[in-house]
Write a protein that binds this ligand. Structure first.
Ligand code: ATP
Ligand code: MG
Length: 472
């Protein structure tokens, strides 16, 4: 069965407390009992020693005083009750005892008797003398010339100790129960207070769905462990919300971009259908339809490229790519486009550089940048390309004298579907995906893509790619 953290915390807390209180009680009682017993032992053994001198005359004769109570009084003061004296002959038969032992006597068990014969003094606790246990010392009297002449037994009731222990046990048990109850209650309440934020986190996390990603956990103490957990979850929510928004935006934009050419396509088809036998009309409509299909084709291809790169993330093929060759190929391909647009395009600098990666993607990166430079530069303008190395990187630069990008637009131009001038982009056939693809390509190759531009003053795009080991 799974218990809540709160129950487990309280349980362990209470158990530990109980165990430590019991251990303390046991240790305390043990040392108290020992002190008490040591005290009793020293008392009865000094009485026994005195007795030895009392019952043996200087001549070595055994002398038994008539009244032991006087001796008891002398040694124990008025506390004679519960203290006993008994003298036995060498055979273990009682020959004299204090008057409070009238009806019973202190027993002499075999082992003790044997020890006495051997000359040893024994301390033991006997239980059948009176209501309370009695601590008894058994001491033999051995004379050099006569051997064992008598055995002296002095007993002292442990009544006091028994009573103390009873009341002590009573107090201990009550104190343990009370402190366990109180601390258990306080522990339970404290655990509840400490774990309250966790309950809060659970509640909020339950509420969060795709539609309520803006929910956040209310953090009361941000510095403690739970506060940190909550703020980590909040940060995660922030990122999730952002990605969700981006995905939504992306889907909306993609649908919109595809819908426009489709609408145009539909219009063209209707015109073609209505034109009946007019071949010229039909041709025009078909040509225009082809253009829209090309446009859709471009968008879908770009979208597929982006999706592929998202999936491949970080797993780019590592073939050696001759950048100089890629640049000259792309230059040859786009030269005519530049010429048709009345733009002067030239490679200012180039040198053999090898990077490792995907030749097709790197070619795509270069043509997208060159294509943009041509697209967004007016007739009569210039586009300059250069390829150089800087430290461990190949640096490809495209500079144009075109329309430039304003400060407000600069932060967004790498976003998917972002276009500064939608009307112009549509005219030149852009969907706003080229630069985001370029950035993905540069970054997936461990490089970067940067822009430097000002409105009306042309732009410079700089792509850096790490050089392959052999040319670095
Ligand atoms: N060299 C440039 N000069 C001025 N503006 C540019 C330049 N390159 C990009 N831009 C601006 O940044 C926007 C985003 O460029 P991007 O290449 O992503 O899209 P696009 O060229 O419009 O469309 P696509 O590349 O998908 O065909 C462009 O619409 C344009 O406004
Ligand atoms: Mg572009």
């Amino acid at each position: 069965m799974a218990f809540s953290i709160r129950t487990r915390l309280t349980f362990w807390y209470v158990t530990l407390l109980t165990v430590s209180l019991l251990a303390f009680g046991a240790a305390f009682s043990y040392s108290l009992a020992k002190t008490f017993m040591d005290h009793t032992d020293s008392q009865i053994s000094s009485v026994a020693n005195m007795m030895v001198h009392t019952v043996i005359k200087p001549s070595g004769q055994l002398f038994l005083p008539r009244d032991f109570d006087i001796i008891l009084e002398r040694f124990f003061g008025i506390r004679t009750a519960g203290n006993y004296i008994q003298v036995l002959d060498p055979h273990g038969q009682i020959v004299a005892k204090s008057s409070n032992l009238e009806t019973f006597s202190m027993p002499l068990v075999g082992a003790t008797y044997h020890a006495a014969i051997g000359g040893a003094t024994t301390f033991e606790i006997v239980r059948n003398v009176g209501r309370y246990p009695v601590r008894v010392v058994t001491k033999p009297i051995i004379l050099k010339e006569k051997g064992l002449v008598a055995i002296v037994q002095v007993g002292s009731s442990l009544e006091g100790m028994d009573e103390i222990f009873h009341s002590l046990a009573y107090i201990f048990i009550l104190a343990i129960i009370a402190s366990v109850l109180i601390s258990g209650f306080i522990g339970w309440a404290l655990a509840r207070k400490a774990l309250k934020p966790v309950a809060e986190i659970t509640k909020t996390a339950r509420r969060i769905g795709a539609e309520s990603l803006n929910e956040r956990i209310n953090i009361t103490v941000p510095q403690d462990e739970i506060g940190m957990l909550a703020s980590t979850i909040n940060e995660m929510m922030e990122r999730l919300e952002k990605s969700f928004k981006q995905i939504r935006q992306f889907t909306a934009d993609a649908s919109h971009e595809l819908k426009t050419p489709l609408t145009i396509l539909k219009g063209e088809m209707e015109i073609a259908l209505r034109s009946k036998d007019n071949v010229e009309y039909m041709k025009e409509a078909l040509n225009s339809s082809l253009e829209e299909i090309d446009r859709m084709n471009d968008i879908v291809r770009n979208l597929l490229d982006l999706a592929k790169m998202d999936v491949e993330k970080g797993a780019v093929p590592k073939e050696p790519v001759d950048l100089e060759k890629v640049l000259s190929d792309r230059y040859e391909q786009l030269k005519k486009v530049a010429l048709d647009s009345g733009i002067h395009m030239a490679i200012l600098r180039s040198k053999p550089l090898i990077v490792s990666g995907d030749a097709v993607r790197i070619g795509q990166l270069l043509s997208n940048l060159i294509d943009n430079a041509i697209k967004y530069t007016h007739r009569g303008g210039a586009v300059e390309l250069s390829l150089d190395s800087d430290g461990g990187s190949a640096v490809f630069m495209v500079r144009d004298t075109g329309v430039g990008i304003s400060k407000e637009d600069l932060p967004y131009i790498f976003d998917r579907f972002y276009r500064v001038d939608k009307a112009r982009s549509r005219e030149v056939g852009g969907a706003g995906l080229g630069l985001s693809i370029c950035k993905e390509i540069a970054e997936s190759h461990g490089g970067s893509l940067e822009v430097d531009s000002a409105h009306g003053q042309g732009s410079t795009f700089t792509a850096r790619l790490p050089l392959a080991a052999q040319t670095a």
